[in-house]
Design a protein around this ligand. Sequence first.
Ligand code: HEM
Length: 417
Amino acid sequence: MTTSQHNPGESGTGGTQGLDDVPILPFARPNLLDLPPQYALLRAARPVALVRTPIGDPAWLVTRYADVKALLADPRLVQSPLDPTTAPRYSASTLLSKESFDRSDDTVGPTDRMRGRRAIAGAFRARRVQALRPHIKEHAHRLLDTMADAVAPVDLHEAFSVPLSYTVICELLGIPATDREFFQHSFDQATDMYDRDNAQRGHRNLVEYMTKLVVLKRNNRGEDLISDFVAATEGDHALLVDEVVGLAIGLLFAGHNPLMSRIDLGTVLLLAHREQLDDLRADPALMPSAIEEILRRAAPRAADELRRYAARDIEVGGACITAGDLVLLSLQAANHDPDVFPEPDRFDIRRQDGDHVAFGYGMTFCMGAMLARLELEVALSALFARFPTLEPAVPVASLAIRFDRLSGGVLSLPVTW
Ligand code: HEM
């Protein structure tokens, strides 16, 4: 791993850089809404920078919008490490990585990307997603009714964002939403960035649960995605049961975690910009651009980088990435690149600048993007219509992103009205 323009042994975000003294991820944040200043410093001085991952392994951090997009479309970067036994790792959690969480007991092998995407694709076609709108609305209103009956302050995160996002994806997958507490606990363990035993325990519990569910669905198919996956384990090009289990866990996480934290942070962003919130309530036609601005601006994970491995040597941004190196593509840094988004820290629901990369880009672009946009729109419209005087019940400065979990997000969001 070498940098072409830097000498080893020097640290900081400008100047030269060596392996022993480089920035360590995740960077500290000034508050809930704003990004660590290191991203802007690195983007300007060293757009492809050598960093250390939270567990100390070396990696390249990419912060420029153009580089992030180009590398997401670059076939020389792959999702699985070339040699899992020696590959640098991002964190103790293996939930969102393509490496096995325990080579001796590997129940979730790397899935075949295209087979996986094919199996999921039908469920997220435009017409099927739009057909969910009344149903999502109904869930949102039911949760808000319960919230209205409670005595303020109420924790919006637990009362609304978590149950809404879980319920929708659980129904799609055919998982009993009543098991939400088990999932919340297991994902909390499985996304532990520093304690590998805890992360593996959580991951193993999820695998055990899903394996049982898949076996149950074999004899008792329903109108849901896991039943579709189970059907796809038969015949030519069949999915393996382990792949179905991996897909189901991946989808359950992908379908609720980023969404619930955007409902939380979207709420805080709008409350922090009251005039724009009033404009939005007066003119719902602003909602689509407001949702895009929330997606661009909300950065609910301290560790939001998409992880890739170099399959070949790559020269980019003045750095020479060597085959086998870990490459971290920071979506939040890209979404705040002033070359694409002038005054990137300004929240502007009318912004018409470039396309953000909150949903990724290229071959692995988020398959649930349409559903996520719909859920966000329904959730925020219903929330502010029902509680026009909503406000945080604690100073926003006292709220923070969780730094020890890949899932990030806030632990709670007390609100009053
Ligand atoms: C605001 C909410 C969401 C955000 C910000 C988000 C973001 C992302 C990002 C950045 C990726 C790319 C990962 C990569 O390239 O490594 C991704 C992939 C994916 N997302 Fe989402 N997502 C959201 C909601 C959802 C929902 C609701 C679902 C499904 C119900 C979903 C399903 C998926 C799937 C299946 C993939 C994998 C695509 C692939 O690897 O081929 N996402 N998402």
